[in-house]
Design a protein around this ligand. Structure first.
Ligand code: ATP
Length: 338
């Protein structure tokens, strides 16, 4: 039995959480993978209600669970997700971008993964005001760079991948910080002789993601660049509505859509739940790997096949050119899953 903590979030978060909860209940009832789902609050709503964006009780429940599913939160994201990533040392942010059939995708056959360092860079919150200026500190360590590079090389070596890692940075300008990142990644890649390792400046990578996205396999990069490039990669394969993510540490992992709370479409039942449904798929893969659990792997495979099957038939939400509501789309996926 797995204990899953579920942060319902803000904006479209509650609608996506309802979809994923329905799917988890169906898996629990019909597939026989026992799941205990503990719904918790965090984000703008929790801040208003309790004075804390991440209430202590929420953090306790997350720590006691086997894995966490997190819907997007609003303005208080830094106090929720940035805090959780650092507090739980979820150092690897894995963001796949894959073309599905019938998508407004730039090209077919795109299957890349962005492996984003999740604990350092400009996202540590070390900002100061000095007179009329503001200063941000960028930290890049050899330890964190090598750790993420190793993770990227391991992913690139997995059965379904192309054994290629592109290390993305801007070391010609940020010689110390990105210089260290590039050097550390190169050293780690030397221990993986069957992986093709290349380096690319971040501006060239942004361009090549549009020009030849199918040429990428695994991209490893620093926190801020990874944040930006993964939104771009998501758009290249059809939009944020299809983009899942995993935040992985050595002992715990949290799964969430790449996108934010999308307040412009909240409460209208038009959000695409695939981003969160596919995040749950990544959770089952991780649980399968961690616990050597073939049923969990099987569930992950079924979820992806169900989404693939539904969108292949042209059953889609508005953002990807369809007319189905969040719930209608969810029920279609569930019906293919069971
Ligand atoms: P953040 O900075 O927190 O990532 P953001 O301001 O970049 O947030 P998002 O909330 O990520 O904005 O989303 C950008 C736009 O993409 C939204 O306004 C919405 O129109 C669209 N969008 C995002 N997620 C979805 C989804 N699941 N389904 C449909 N459209 C979405």
């Amino acid at each position: 039995m797995y204990k899953i903590s579920l942060i319902t979030g803000d904006g479209i978060g509650p609608e996506l959480s309802e979809s994923v909860t329905d799917m988890l209940h169906a898996i629990n009832d019909k597939i026989g993978l026992k799941l205990e789902i503990n719904t918790v609050e965090a984000g703008d709503g929790a801040l208003k209600k309790t004075g804390k964006a991440l209430p202590d009780s929420t953090f306790d429940t997350i720590k006691k669970s086997d894995a966490c599913l997190k819907a997007p939160v609003g303005e208080s994201a830094a106090d929720v997700i940035v805090f959780l990533r650092r507090a739980l040392d979820l150092y690897a942010n894995i963001r796949p971008a894959k073309s599905y059939p019938n998508m407004p995708s730039l090209k077919e056959n795109i299957d890349l993964v962005i492996v984003r360092e999740n604990t350092e860079d400009l996202y540590t919150g070390m900002e100061f005001e000095v007179g009329n200026s503001a200063v941000a500190l960028r930290t890049i360590s050899e330890y964190a760079s090598k750790r993420i590079a190793k993770y990227a090389c391991i992913i690139a070596g997995q059965r379904n991948r192309q054994r290629k890692v592109t290390c993305v940075h801007k070391s010609n300008v940020m010689r110390k910080t990105d210089g260290l990142f590039a050097r550390s990644c190169t050293q780690v890649a030397n221990d993986f002789p069957d992986i093709t390792f290349e380096q690319m400046y971040v501006d060239a990578c942004a361009m090549n993601l549009i020009r030849q996205p199918e040429s990428f396999d695994v991209i490893v990069t620093t926190n801020l660049f990874g944040d930006i490039l993964s939104d771009e990669a998501a758009q290249v394969v059809g939009g944020l509505g299809m983009a899942p993510a995993a935040n992985i540490g050595d002992n715990f992992a949290l799964f969430e859509p790449v996108h934010g709370a999308a307040f412009d479409i909240a409460g209208k039942q038009v959000a695409n739940p695939s981003s969160f449904i596919l995040s749950a798929k990544m959770m089952f893969e991780w649980l399968g790997m961690k616990n050597n659990d073939s049923t969990s792997f099987e569930v992950a495979k079924k979820i992806e096949e169900a989404v693939y099957c539904v969108v292949s038939k042209g059953i889609k939400t508005k953002d990807i050119g369809g007319d189905k509501t969040t719930q209608e789309f969810t029920q279609q996926v569930i019906s293919k899953l069971i």
